[in-house]
Design a protein around this ligand. Structure first.
Ligand code: 0A1
Ligand code: ZN
Length: 882
């Protein structure tokens, strides 16, 4: 381990920067292995700083220092100190501005961590969030130091014909030796984490967007040459995002140029660098035959996300990294709403909640639980979490629910007006919401500081003589590391009531004078009673509509009541949720049967509920498909005290097979009715038809007869779009289909030049359920197309196996765990960020039986002994064991 005792950084220790940087002029002489960086900083003492230290400490890592010059005089070695991660200039002027020029070199080719300046398929690109800029040059690498950047890039004309950086191109020219240069100027102050440069042989598609005030913006998407035919959807998505932000938030783009570059090697999804977004190719490239409908949707969502950051993140940024959710929670909320508006609100909400409940809830219940605004970290890269992003978005959504759309807009307008150009805190955001609406959100603020998923328990009492219904709602939250005791939160609980015939019962709260179809209860105490009046029969309660808060709900429900809500609830989320609860209860019962050696039988109530859903007409076929989908194995595991992966899999499969047998004719009819060639069509209708058809195919495939085998093979062979091809291949791979290997081979040969499609091929096999899956994964590790240096490949093989294949990853002999630890140890030196993400699958070891616990723990302990363990891996592994 490089640093035997990695330092913990605390929010409570925040102090303002000692120096300000007024401007920076960067000059890059580009070379794949030896890039020269010359940085000219204009600095001055920060009058707001209390410190009396006259030295200046800049951050920098892996830099070869060549020269330090202060106000035109070179400094001698005695005048500065270079450490592993900093450069300390012993004495700098305290009374006036001064200019510091630093020259250093870096080696992009050796940079496999993909932070700072690195090479991806021959293209030079940068990733500076969170602390990557210090791997380019010495700087005050913290988000509250905002600066004006001017960047000059110099390079060989053939090797780097395209030279990009943030802002506007202000000058360019030619140099001897076949070199050229370009100067970029960004007129907006920004923190260095938003800096970017890209250089290489790139092709570009261009378009234009006219803003609401009539300004013309040039839009450009840069990709490798062979991908130029896969950019149209991304461009359209960008234009959709630009007009959505004008319509919904009155936010206009501020530069004359917006560039997106797609790179094949990227640690995350994409990065919102000012005017020059760098994207993982996965979230840019799409053609009907290479990308699925869900890829199309995710591309639009991520393009939107990065675009929306221009206001929520760039114009207004974070004071420090503890405030990450300020920009991420709000921006995720914005992108979720954007996608909901562009596709189906109901489906988008369900998909978001599904992800939150399966993955974020697990994080909140595990050893790495942290509030959306963490108060300590060792490595900030470990805090780009589902909690900061997705739960953060839920917290913003609750503010939206509490204030209403109009009130929320007033709050966001005030936030933008008040803080434009500043680096601020989550508290500032909440204050703007309060001040614009005259409300008090002081208790609500606890959502920012308290970790863990609250549990709401609901009791109902109907008083027939008083014609009232009382809901008593209790809230509690289990302890999380460092937070043994929890305070009650301010929780919006949306409730509607249904009459026995399924019609809406009026909601009138005692003491209130309004009668509505639904109400938002404001839960603020540990236990609180809410009484509804004027109810001449006992209504059925639909509670936590739209998943109005990120909580677990316990309410006693009979299977009949759930089936009723599945048929009649007017709230699309709760209607789906009733079906999930129904299926969940039934599968849980079967798991107990299996564990106790009893025979399994599916309660007919479930078959009938599904039959009813199948026999109704549906406009939104994607929503219809979700109603027919069973809770995932991961979600079912979340509900169990001790996770029994085998029983979960077997019980869920049994229910799937029973439904397929009992409802075969309905599934077949639906399949046939929606099977048509609509490749290239991406409207809601065509997407919905593909989705429902493939849902039916997946049920039918369980019947394992030759007709069904032919059906899936036929779909596989004739598909002209990736949605249908992948769906067919998935059922072929996950059933004992006679042509399995043949289909996998032909798929590989068809798509061997399309990296993103090959990622799907790896992921599909890694998440398979057939008994030979682990052997397949091991063989795929040796496949020539596998590359430990490419994060997308790592995620598609190692990530898919460990995070999406509970059955095989948790094999009782521990081979899955050992395999994962081997890969983490290898990745630790290559790419610490990716290595540490992979540790995630081992962190939940306490949830399993004793045997598995010991095996998982042993692998975590083994990881802890990794030589030169990175801070990233150290933090996750050590906290998991604590
Ligand atoms: N801000 C980006 C996410 C991001 C974070 C870190 C990265 O590299 C370590 C890259 C991207 C977003 O929210 O989209
Ligand atoms: Zn983001």
């Amino acid at each position: 381990m490089r640093d035997p005792n990695p330092q913990t950084i605390y929010l409570k220790d925040y102090t303002v920067p000692e120096y300000l940087i007024h401007s920076v002029a960067l000059n890059f002489t580009l070379d794949d292995e030896n890039t020269l960086v010359s940085s000219r900083l204009t600095l001055s003492r920060n009058p707001a700083s209390q410190s009396h230290d006259t030295s200046l400490t800049l951050s920098g890592e892996n830099l070869k220092l060549i020269r330090v010059n202060l106000d035109d005089g070179d400094l001698s070695k005695a005048q500065y100190l270079q450490t592993q991660d900093s450069l300390i200039i012993h004495d700098v002027p305290q009374q006036q501005r001064f200019v510091l020029t630093i020259d250093n070199t870096i080696n992009p080719k050796a940079n496999t961590a993909l932070e700072g300046l690195y090479l991806s398929n021959g293209m030079l690109c940068t990733q500076c969030e969170a602390e990557g800029f210090r791997k380019i040059t010495y700087f005050l690498d913290r988000p509250d130091v905002m600066t004006l950047f001017t960047t000059t890039l110099v390079g060989d004309k053939d090797r780097y014909p395209v030279l990009l950086s943030n802002g506007n191109k202000v000058a360019e020219g030619e140099l001897p030796d076949n070199r050229h240069w370009v100067t970029w100027e960004d007129p907006f102050n920004k923190p260095c984490y938003l800096f970017a440069l890209v250089a290489g042989q790139l092709e570009c598609i261009a378009d234009r967007f006219t803003t609401q005030s009539g300004r013309d913006i040039d839009l450009q998407i840069f990709v490798e040459k062979h991908d130029i035919d896969k950019c149209d959807h991304a461009m359209q998505s960008l234009k959709n995002a630009m007009s959505w932000d004008e319509q919904v938030y009155d936010r206009e783009y501020d530069l004359d140029l917006y560039m997106i570059v797609a790179v094949g090697h990227f640690n995350m999804g994409a990065m919102e660098n000012k005017g020059l977004n760098v994207f993982n190719t996965k979230f840019v490239l799409a053609r009907p035959d290479t990308a699925t409908d869900s890829d199309y949707e995710h591309i639009e969502g991520v393009i939107g996300h990065e675009y929306f950051h221009n206001w929520t993140g760039n114009r207004i940024t974070c004071r420090d990294w503890f405030q990450l959710s300020l920009k991420e929670g709000f921006t995720v909320f914005r992108d979720q709403e954007f996608t909901g508006d562009r596709t189906s609100k109901a489906v988008k909400r369900i998909e978001d909640v599904n992800m939150l409940r399966t993955r974020q809830f697990a994080e909140d219940a595990g050893p790495l639980a942290h509030p959306i605004r963490p108060d300590a970290y060792i490595e900030i890269n470990n805090f780009y979490t589902l909690t900061v992003y997705e739960k953060g978005a839920e917290v913003v959504r609750m503010i939206h629910t509490l204030l209403g759309a109009e009130g929320f807009r007033k709050g966001s307008d005030l936030y933008f007006e008040r803080h434009d150009g500043q680096a601020v805190t989550c508290d500032d955001f909440v204050s703007a919401m309060e001040d614009a609406n005259g409300v008090d959100l002081s208790q609500f603020r606890r959502w920012y500081s308290q970790a863990g998923t609250p549990v709401l328990s609901v009791r109902q009492h109907y008083d027939s003589s008083a014609q009232t219904l009382t809901l008593t709602i209790g809230q509690s939250c289990p302890p999380t590391p460092g937070q043994p005791v929890k305070e009650p939160l301010h929780i919006p609980v949306t409730v509607g009531l249904l009459n026995k015939d399924g019609s809406v019962a009026p909601c009138k709260l005692q003491g209130g004078d309004q009668v509505c179809d639904e109400v938002i209860l404001q839960l603020t105490q540990s236990e609180q009673a809410f009484t509804f009046e004027g109810l001449n029969e006992q209504p059925i309660v639909s509670i936590l509509r739209g998943f109005s808060a990120p909580v677990k709900l316990t309410i006693e429900r009979s299977l009949d009541e759930l089936a009723f809500l599945l048929s009649y609830d007017s709230d699309t989320f709760n209607r789906w949720e009733a079906g999930q609860q129904l299926a969940g209860q039934i599968i849980t019962g079967l798991i107990a049967d299996l564990q106790n050696g009893r025979d399994m039988a599916v309660n007919p109530i479930m078959i009938n509920a599904f039959k009813q859903v199948l026999e109704q007409p549906w406009d939104d076929l994607s929503y219809f498909s979700l109603l027919l989908s069973l809770p995932s194995e991961t979600y079912l595991a979340e509900q169990m005290q001790i996770v029994d992966v085998e029983a979960i899999h077997a019980a869920r499969e049994f229910v799937t097979l029973t439904l397929a047998e009992q409802l075969q004719s309905q599934f077949q009819a639906l399949y046939q009715g929606n099977h048509r060639d609509e490749s290239g069509k991406f409207d809601a209708g065509a997407i919905g038809r593909r989705r429902i058809k493939n849902t039916c195919l997946s049920y039918l495939s369980k019947l394992e007869n030759s007709h069904i085998h032919e059906l899936s093979q036929q779909q596989f062979n004739t598909a002209k779009n990736m949605t249908d091809q992948m769906a067919a291949l998935a059922v072929i791979v996950n059933n004992p289909h006679p042509a399995k290997q043949q289909c996998l081979d032909s798929f590989y040969h068809q798509w061997r030049d399309e990296a993103l499609v090959i990622d799907k091929w790896f992921a599909l096999q890694a998440s398979g359920s057939m008994p030979d899956t682990f052997a397949t994964v091991q063989a795929l590790m040796r496949h020539p197309a596998f590359d430990l240096k490419n994060p997308n490949r790592v995620r598609s093989l190692i990530g898919a196996f460990s995070q999406s294949n509970p059955l095989h990853f948790h094999a009782a002999d521990g081979q899955g765990y050992r395999f994962l630890a081997d890969q983490i140890i290898a990745l630790n030196t290559l790419n610490p960020q990716i290595a540490s993400r992979m540790v995630g699958a081992l962190t939940s070891w306490r949830r399993y039986d004793e045997g598995r616990q010991a095996l998982m723990k042993a692998q975590l302990e083994r990881i802890m002994t990794t030589e030169a363990i990175s801070k990233d891996v150290y933090e996750v592994a050590s906290k998991s064991l604590a």
